[in-house]
Design a protein around this ligand. Structure first.
Ligand code: GLU
Length: 374
């Protein structure tokens, strides 16, 4: 399939490659130098073809566990954050050596989820990454686990990689993992399960929340891969989930004509960074249930959600927290940042604007801070 006539590799692409803990470590949880060497070689191959590559690598916690010779991965978040601080520099030591061996220079970039939301941080991160690519350097990104632990709890950098693909307007996001891709059912339980080769943008398969959890060494699993594919697809970025041990997997994933693993096609719709964050990445802290009139106004119109349309308020949330807007049969209609707390929402629900107290905010979720799912 790599013959020039059937390859898209000649088109210069911007590629985000993400490799998770389970693929970077051996059965004892120790960082595998040979896997890192293989990733570096594959990236060098892409660079020779003129592609720009950003690597997102986990493995800091695992390297910390090995350095301190702990018998097993601890489960409390604070220790994991501390271990990441121990392991991150060790992980980079291996990358520096292996990238040097293929004539490349690596740069460590540590990001936290808020960097994708705060406008200033977002612009700085983008400008620095762009400059690194111009300088011919390979950025090696990880979550700054020492001060943020989102990807330790759920994700193993899947979400960071997806948000990065949006930030850098990447052409393709390659998620390397220890499974072949998305199956029609859990292959460990159902022998008839088959690998899905391609998922169109907007395909209902994209909203499947795969129940498979990660291994004991990573924290991603299929659910967070699917969440990442949703973010990337909504940003117009093609995503490939594939097994890290397949020969030449990175080059094959970048080549549009060589189907490896599962490919999720990018959609034509483009969200702003803030909307993407609200829709797919931020933590949902509560919900409001709305009536049919309010649902119509959100889906067909362009309005904000007013207290009058709210019939119920679930959970405790503060102003600016992300909440879901749910209809009366439980379908999520929208997600957005609340303009009022759950206490204020309960007090004002069902009331028309003219009946609200002077001090009460006029809207529950503002249109500009909301993504409607249609
Ligand atoms: N960013 C973390 C790492 O590099 C996530 C993986 C984990 O939770 O073990 O180690």
């Amino acid at each position: 399939m790599s013959a020039d006539t059937t390859s898209s590799l000649r088109e210069r692409s911007r590629v985000i490659v993400k490799i998770g803990t389970s693929s970077l470590t051996d059965d004892n949880g120790v960082i595998s130098h040979s896997m890192i060497a293989s990733v570096c070689r594959q990236i060098a191959g892409l660079r020779e073809l003129g592609h720009e590559v950003v690597l997102v690598s986990s493995g800091a916690v695992a390297a910390g566990v090995a350095a301190l010779q702990l018998p097993a991965r601890p489960s409390d978040v604070q220790t994991l954050q501390a271990l990441a601080a121990v392991g991150q520099s060790r992980l980079m030591e291996v990358y520096n050596v292996e990238f040097h061996a293929v004539g490349l220079i690596a740069a460590q970039v540590l990001l936290v989820p808020n960097d994708f939301v705060d406008r200033q941080q977002y612009l700085h991160a983008r400008a620095t990454l762009e400059r690194l690519l111009e300088l011919g350097v390979v950025p090696v990104v990880n979550e700054n686990d020492t001060i943020a632990a989102d990807e330790i709890r759920f994700g193993d950098n899947d979400r960071i990689a997806a948000l990065l693909s949006h930030l850098l307007r990447a052409d393709v996001l390659v998620l390397l993992t220890d499974i072949d891709g998305l199956y029609t059912a859990d292959p460990r339980r159902d022998p008839a399960a088959t690998l899905v080769a391609e998922v169109a943008a907007g395909d209902p398969l994209l909203s499947v929340s795969a129940g498979m959890t990660g291994t004991s060494r990573g924290s991603g699993g299929m659910a967070s891969k699917m969440a990442a594919a949703r973010i990337a697809s909504a940003s117009g970025v093609r995503t490939v989930i594939a097994r890290s041990t397949i020969d030449d997997v990175v080059r094959r994933a970048v080549d549009r004509h060589d189907l490896v693993g599962t490919t999720f096609l990018g959609s034509d719709r483009h969200y702003s960074a803030r909307q993407l964050w609200l829709a797919h990445a931020s933590e949902v802290l509560g919900s409001v249930v709305i009536d049919a009139g309010a649902e119509r106004a959100l889906v067909d119109g362009n309005g904000s959600l007013l207290p009058a349309g709210v019939v119920d308020v679930v959970g405790d949330f503060d102003e600016t927290d992300t909440i879901e807007v749910v209809n009366q049969v439980g379908r999520v209609v929208a997600r957005g940042a609340a303009t009022m707390s759950s206490v204020q929402a309960r007090a004002s629900r069902g009331r028309r604007t003219s009946d609200l107290d002077e001090s009460s905010p006029r809207v529950v979720v503002h249109r500009d801070d909301m993504v409607v799912f249609g």
